[in-house]
Design a binder for this molecule. Structure first.
Ligand code: GUN
Length: 376
């Protein structure tokens, strides 16, 4: 993997760069659509590529390990071949989904035992196994196995937790560095900064993560219920410590405003289920703010869902029709709303990149934050 920086905004810490992986380039700042189980829900790979030009998608170790399982993924020749996606993929390690999804679990030094949310079967994820699984899935960027602390989290717990996440990281690196990719292309491992909302713990964690000298770094444990101001404060502290010349990935964030504010603090990569999950409930992100298409207000509004758009479905779908589809729980409603929201998120980060390059990011960001804060 390679990272080159093209531009830096003069009035903030925003940067524009390019990540080069074995499956092609990613222009940063970037948003990565979440494709948990080998699919970005309700969107075909062809649409991701041709309609919204997604440059990278995310997969989840936890889900893919449980279903379809490692045997099938290995026989397919890895996730890229299995799903027919030839662009970059990043996989999360399971060190988050295990806590949020599985039924019973025990966190020990060795790893995490959990019961599958699908059939109740018992499993153990260790840092080593999380590396082996991600080698088998075959993502371009794989994530360290960490503990994502909840919010609120008491100081003592968070302090002990980062120590374990750091010990786990050493084990991840040893395993990763002593194993080979399975499908003939390079993979890279990103470590994850934790430390809850405590500045001194974030500093400690960021310093340790930076010292591991990997090709890129991530920040976890945010957007778990803390106020946005606390999230930004943590991002700022951590970005000042993580190396300038390596990509920084903020995990699980966020709203369009969160994304813009964190770009301004020096973040390069984002992922979040918000545009896809909320689309299925009728929440649309538009250039004028957030709307709920289920609202009666749109019943007879035959204007396009986004008039000033280069996405075909935005122009040919009226608000009234999409409202009808979502109300009727028609699958097409989820498809159109999801494609629309992802297109909006990708438009937003592309605009951010262009404004960073032209030196106008800071002003534009402040203006966008005002507009997006409006509810239609
Ligand atoms: N996704 C969102 N937050 C986190 C985190 O803290 N750790 C991991 N592994 N994934 C995440």
């Amino acid at each position: 993997m390679k990272f080159t920086l093209q531009a830096k905004d003069p009035l903030s810490k925003a940067r524009a760069g390019t990540v080069t992986t074995a499956h092609g380039e990613i222009q940063t700042p970037i948003f990565m659509p979440v494709g948990t189980a080998g699919t970005v829900k309700a969107v075909h790979q062809r649409e991701l590529e041709q309609d919204i030009n997604a440059q990278i998608i995310l997969g989840n170790t936890y889900h893919l390990y449980l279903r379809p399982g490692l045997d099938t993924l290995e026989k397919a020749g890895g996730l890229h071949k299995f799903i027919g996606w030839d662009r970059p993929i990043l996989t999360d390690s399971g060190g988050y989904q295990v806590y949020s999804l599985s039924k019973v679990r025990k966190i020990k030094e060795e790893g995490v035992t959990f019961n599958s949310h699908i059939d109740g079967s018992k499993h153990l994820f260790t840092p080593e196994y999380a590396m082996d699984i991600q080698r088998t899935i075959g993502a371009d960027i794989i994530m360290a196995f960490d503990e994502c602390t909840p919010y609120p989290c008491d100081y003592k717990y968070a302090a002990e937790s980062i120590k374990m996440t750091h010990r786990w990281l050493k084990r991840c690196c040893t395993r990763f560095d002593n194993t080979q990719p399975k499908y003939g292309f390079d993979q890279t491992l990103f470590p994850i900064v934790q430390g809850s909302v405590y500045k001194d713990l974030r500093v400690k964690s960021a310093e340790f993560i930076a010292s591991m000298d990997r090709e890129g770094n991530a920040i976890g444990g945010l957007s778990v219920g803390e106020p946005a101001e606390e999230m930004y404060a943590m991002t700022e502290v951590v970005c000042d410590i993580l190396p300038y010349e390596k990509p920084r990935y903020l995990m699980g964030v966020g709203t369009p405003i969160n994304i813009l504010e964190n770009i301004a603090l020096g973040i390069d990569m984002f992922d979040c289920v918000m545009p896809t999950r909320n689309a299925r409930n009728g929440m649309l992100f538009t250039k004028n703010g957030i709307i709920n298409i289920r609202n009666k207000k749109w019943e007879n509004d035959f204007s396009p869902i986004e008039p000033d758009s280069d996405l075909h479905v935005d122009l040919v779908t009226s608000k009234a029709y999409l409202r009808h589809l979502v109300h009727s729980k028609e699958m097409l409603g989820a498809q159109i709303a999801t494609l629309h929201n992802l297109h909006f998120y990708l438009w937003l980060v592309k605009q951010a990149r262009e404004k960073i390059i032209s030196g106008e990011f800071y002003e534009w960001k402040n203006q966008m934050v005002k507009v997006l804060g409006n509810k239609l």
